[in-house]
Design a protein around this ligand. Structure first.
Ligand code: XMP
Length: 507
């Protein structure tokens, strides 16, 4: 049985990060809404309560009686989680005189406490709360303080119950990993046996059990998630998996050919379909971004479905859905976070059951699984690329000629990033074809041609992003190359907007 830590989600933005950090300790964990504790799951070894956008004394605050949890499992409350347990047991939580955001340093640490083992005095921790615990319940005692926050961490005496008001899951908390290790490994007793290899072994066995002799069809996009899902399924059921890779005409330069070759090299049973003409015809003259997306989504389903109908006896649709997609749809605060399901609508239309072997993995774990499965680095490290492809990077209507111009410019930029060792330093990059023309001079001739924008961002999850601070010399070289080599472009700009308030894609 795979032992696990349960993280009860009270709606904090960093809940997913807690999950990632626990997984980094080779310990399996699941994030569930705060009121959905799996009471009869014998594999639970400990429980973490997350932060929350609310104050514990808000009328709307998420409340939880810890019956069935407290006393049964080791418990760690983080921020709101800590405040909630203090408040519900007679402590006081009040708005902090000055809101406590950002870095602080531990000034006192009780090294006898197992949660604080090897946490040095002076360690940087990350605070992010408007409230603070001003008095603790009688049986709780302070085990760490900062200059401003006396109760930075506490323990309930005689119980396995701890609270920390800072965020150990945030990378800026220097002692965060150590603190989480103390809890997960020392206190909860994790055997730390969760790894890419163990995941593959148990998932392949589970897939064989789940699928029996059934056949599966899966849409490949060239991206990491669908590729890893395909290779994993292929390992489980071999040629009973058929993959379909649709070229909508708006992939990167030579991408269809190159990626198809990679897939075949991996032994996948894959059908490549060049449907670009259909997409170009249906998109002709359409300028509205949402309409473009809708047409592409609809056409994709039509093409995929028509091809899948040629296969006999298919019962399942394989998908590369990953954990953040599932958690987003679970989101308890009702905040809508944009999620993209490019084959949304397919399972209903095709009357297929869904098979999502990666639905419990974070992106970096998907990559680790891909590596363990022997997939080439160029597939695993590929930047995210939107399902509608270059269509959302051509502002205005789409023509094959504009796609060609953009593919050539994009190819120079991406190849340049690779050649200069910058590709792996950015989250994703691409070029946008702008709907403006401007005057230039080439040789003795006046030109009146298109402008393109380069976009490169750093990010960890695409929810927030900063523009990548690429070296000026590199940008200058890319600009010159694009203008000299791509006919139809005479101006290059660099997009220096962050997300929010901008988005990564322009459309
Ligand atoms: P935005 O533009 O919302 O993009 O900041 C966030 C991430 O999502 C990708 N993206 C998409 N991916 N289908 C996809 O599969 C889409 O329709 C789509 N739109 C945006 C974008 O490239 C970035 O990684």
């Amino acid at each position: 049985m795979q032992e696990k830590i349960i993280i009860l989600d009270f709606g904090s933005q960093t809940t997913q990060l807690i999950g990632r950090r626990v997984r980094e300790l080779n310990t399996y964990c699941e994030i569930v809404p705060y009121n959905k504790f799996p009471a009869d799951d014998p594999s639970v070894i400990g429980v973490i309560l997350s932060g929350s956008p609310f104050s514990v004394y808000d009328a709307k605050a998420f409340k939880l009686a810890l019956d069935g949890i407290r006393g049964h499992y080791p418990l760690l409350g983080i921020c709101y989680g800590a405040q909630l347990m203090a408040y519900d047991n007679g402590g006081t939580v009040e708005p902090a005189a000055t809101r406590e955001y950002g870095r602080a340093h531990l000034s006192e640490v009780d090294h006898h406490d197992p949660l604080m083992r090897d946490i040095p005095v002076g360690a940087q921790v990350w605070m992010s709360h408007g409230d603070t615990i001003t008095s603790l319940p009688e049986t709780f005692k302070v085990i760490a303080s900062t200059a401003k926050v006396r109760c930075a961490a506490y323990r309930a005496e005689g119980e396995k119950l701890w609270g920390v008001q800072f965020h150990p899951e945030v990378y800026h908390s220097e002692c965060g990993t150590q603190l989480l290790r103390n809890f997960v490994v020392d206190i909860c007793g994790s055997k730390q046996d969760w790894s890419a290899a163990s995941f593959i072994e148990s998932t392949v066995a589970a897939l064989r059990e789940q699928l029996g002799d059934d056949k599966v069809v899966l849409g490949l996009s060239g991206g990491v998630d669908s590729s890893v899902a395909a290779v994993l399924l292929n390992r489980a059921i071999g040629d009973r998996l058929t993959c379909i890779f649709v070229d909508h005409g708006m992939l990167r330069k030579n991408e269809f050919r190159d990626v198809l070759r990679d897939y075949q090299g991996l032994g996948l049973n894959v059908i490549g379909i060049d449907a670009s003409e259909k997409f170009f015809t249906d998109l002709a003259g359409v300028t509205d971004p949402e309409k473009k997306r809708k047409i592409i989504g609809r056409d994709f389903i039509e093409v995929f479905d028509a091809e899948a109908q040629k296969l006999t006896d298919v019962k399942w649709l394989g998908q590369g859905t990953i954990y953040p997609d599932c958690i987003e749809s679970l989101s308890i605060t009702g905040t809508t976070i944009k999620s993209h399901h490019n084959v949304g609508g397919l399972p209903e239309k095709m009357h297929l059951k869904l098979c999502e072997p990666l639905r419990l993995l974070f992106k970096d774990e998907v990559r680790a699984v891909g590596r363990e499965l022997g997939m080439p680095e160029r597939l695993i490290k590929r930047h995210p690329f939107p399902g509608p492809g270059l269509a959302v990077r051509i502002l205005g209507d789409i023509t094959p000629e504009k796609v060609r111009v953009l593919q050539d410019a994009d190819d120079i930029f991406i190849q340049g990033l690779r050649d200069n060792g910058l590709y792996d330093q950015v989250w994703q990059a691409g070029v946008i074809l702008l709907p403006v023309q401007s005057v230039g001079v080439m040789g003795d001739e006046r030109t009146y041609e298109r402008a393109v924008a380069l976009r490169a961002v750093t990010s960890t999850d695409a929810m927030t992003a900063d523009w990548a601070h690429l070296p000026y010399e590199f940008l200058a070289k890319v600009s010159t190359d694009i203008i000299n080599k791509v006919k139809g472009v005479n101006r290059v700009c660099y997009d220096i907007s962050s997300k929010p308030p901008s988005t990564i894609e322009w459309e």
